[in-house]
Structure formats: structure tokens, C-alpha cells
Design a protein around this ligand. Structure first.
Ligand code: ZN
Length: 165
């Protein structure tokens, strides 16, 4: 056993306590008490603008990290709002303003959009992430660290018990 202090670095599994708020100080996301987020550092499994600020932190260390929109969920793209004919959508799909829907493009890639307006003949969809344009304010604490398994390392992400793939 080495006494060397472990620091957050690439290829380490990091357990992170976090709280996320926006400019208006509203807390919109947080890890449950004693249930830190576990992620593999260096694989962009978390927001890159946050991940890069965690490098070099020690277990127990706390920090406040602000992430600009361009390093978070992106800036708002006005062209991300698009009008579609109503008959683009199957009758079985329930459309509701403010609700996300999943769609598939012609290449079979699935993606999410938010319904912003519903008209008799058309529907407006917003492809911007709901947090686009927001500066993200994180309060973080490094709760723990461990070496990844070789399988986790080859997959590039953490395997939770019961969620292996
Ligand atoms: Zn996997």
C-alpha cells in the first residue's frame, strides 16, 4: 500500500457529490446523500467543462466550478427551432407543449426535441438542450476514488452493479 495521495486523473473511477444550480441559484440537480455519482475520469462521461476542473483534486476536497454554456450544454441555436407538418408525427404520438419527444432521423439516429408550439397544421420543435445557454454552477466534493476494472476501462465507462453491458 502506498501512502501517496490519490488525485483525480485520467482512467480513475471518481465518486462525486455534486449540486448543480443556474444563475438564478435554483438547484436543478444533485446527488443523493451517500449516493455520489461514479464516473470514469477522462472519457467525457460527464460535462467536459466540469471534468477538466476536477483533475488533480484529492478525496474530500470541495470546489465550486462554473461552466460556461459552450462547455456545458451549448449555446442556444435559433435555427434549432423548426416547424414540422403535423402529419410528420404518427397519430399515436402524444404531443404536448413543453414535453420532450424522441425522433429518428433518416440515418436511424435517435434524438430528442421539445415541443414548443402546436398548431392545427404544424408543430414547432426545439432541438436545443433545455439547459442550452445556461451557465452551470456546480458545488462538488470528491467522495472517493478507485481503479477501474479492465472491462470498465475497455468500455470507457463505469459499470454499476446490475447494469453491466
Ligand atoms: Zn460497458
Amino acid at each position: 500500500m502506498s501512502d501517496e495521495k490519490q488525485l483525480v486523473a485520467d482512467n480513475m473511477v471518481v465518486s462525486l457529490d455534486y449540486q448543480l444550480s443556474l444563475d438564478n441559484e435554483e438547484v436543478i440537480d444533485y446527488s443523493e446523500k451517500d449516493e455520489p455519482l461514479e464516473y470514469l475520469h477522462g472519457y467525457k462521461n460527464i460535462i467536459p467543462g466540469l471534468e477538466s476542473q476536477l483533475t488533480g483534486m484529492a478525496i474530500g476536497e470541495e470546489k465550486k466550478v462554473s461552466v460556461a454554456p459552450e462547455h456545458g450544454y451549448g449555446t442556444i441555436d435559433p435555427e434549432g427551432v423548426t416547424e414540422y407538418p403535423r402529419d410528420t408525427f404518427p397519430d399515436s404520438l402524444k404531443l404536448e407543449v413543453g414535453e420532450p419527444i424522441s425522433m429518428r432521423d433518416s440515418d436511424g439516429e435517435s434524438f430528442q426535441a421539445y415541443v414548443t408550439e402546436i398548431h392545427p397544421e404544424t408543430v414547432m420543435l426545439d432541438f436545443n438542450h433545455p439547459l442550452a445557454g445556461e451557465t452551470l454552477h456546480f458545488k462538488v466534493r470528491i467522495a472517493g476514488m478507485r481503479e477501474p476494472t479492465s472491462e470498465e476501462l475497455s468500455h470507457g465507462h463505469v459499470h454499476q452493479a446490475g447494469h453491466n453491458h
